[in-house]
Design a protein around this ligand. Structure first.
Ligand code: FE2
Ligand code: FE2
Length: 204
């Protein structure tokens, strides 16, 4: 029993003294940990339920509402998941929430969808920055960018998703989509040249 317990943890105290065997343990555990990423994302998204902070609806309802609107508009699954998670950074990124959502989505979505999520806060500003003494046309700096129009479109959904009476679909409806989109990373520094997770030796 002690042996199997030891096999789940490496034994080094300094990484420069770690062995291949240590990292076979860590990689094996890491694959399991990574497989639970959708659960952690969904749990964090639910925390937005208590976050209203002056808005007409909670941040959680806003996310559900935007995802529902995108689905009804016929958008594909990856796009819908981007809509669902676009404000997931609100709790920890009060000054750069779009960067957090973009970082979470980056390994599993297209470059285009990543760019849209990363820049949505600037493009969303078109609808309210002028009320705060900011430049609502801040998005114009990207007017020649190939994804400009796509980000404008994304924010047309975003800015419209504050209706307390909108019949948003529940999170349970979107959960399978989140799990499918996050099932396999498309890009990561932890993937091999073949785009696969590092080969883990069979446990003896
Ligand atoms: Fe946002
Ligand atoms: Fe939003």
């Amino acid at each position: 029993m002690e042996t199997s317990e030891k096999k789940s943890q490496a034994s080094f105290t300094r990484m420069d003294q770690a062995t291949k065997e240590d990292f076979e343990i860590i990689a094996r555990e890491g694959i399991h940990f990574a497989s639970l990423l959708p659960d952690r994302i969904l749990a964090h998204l639910k925390q937005l339920d208590g976050s209203v902070d002056g808005f007409p609806v909670s941040r959680f309802e806003h996310c559900l509402q935007m995802a529902t609107m995108c689905e009804k508009a016929g958008k594909d699954e990856e796009y819908i998941v981007c809509a669902l998670l676009h404000d997931i950074g609100d709790l920890l990124g009060s000054f750069n929430h779009a960067d957090i959502a973009a970082a979470i989505l980056k390994p599993v979505v297209s470059e285009k969808n990543h760019w849209i999520v990363q820049h949505h806060a600037i493009f969303q500003g078109y609808y309210f920055f002028h009320h705060l003494g900011l430049d609502r046309n801040m998005r114009d700096q990207f007017s020649d960018h190939p994804y400009y129009d796509a980000c404008v479109e994304f924010c047309k959904f975003d800015q419209a998703a504050f209706n307390p009476d909108y019949p948003s679909l529940p999170l349970a409806h979107f959960e399978p989509m989140v799990r499918r989109v996050f099932a396999e990373p498309k890009s990561s520094i932890y993937l091999t040249e073949n785009g696969e997770m590092p080969n883990i030796a069979e446990q003896a």
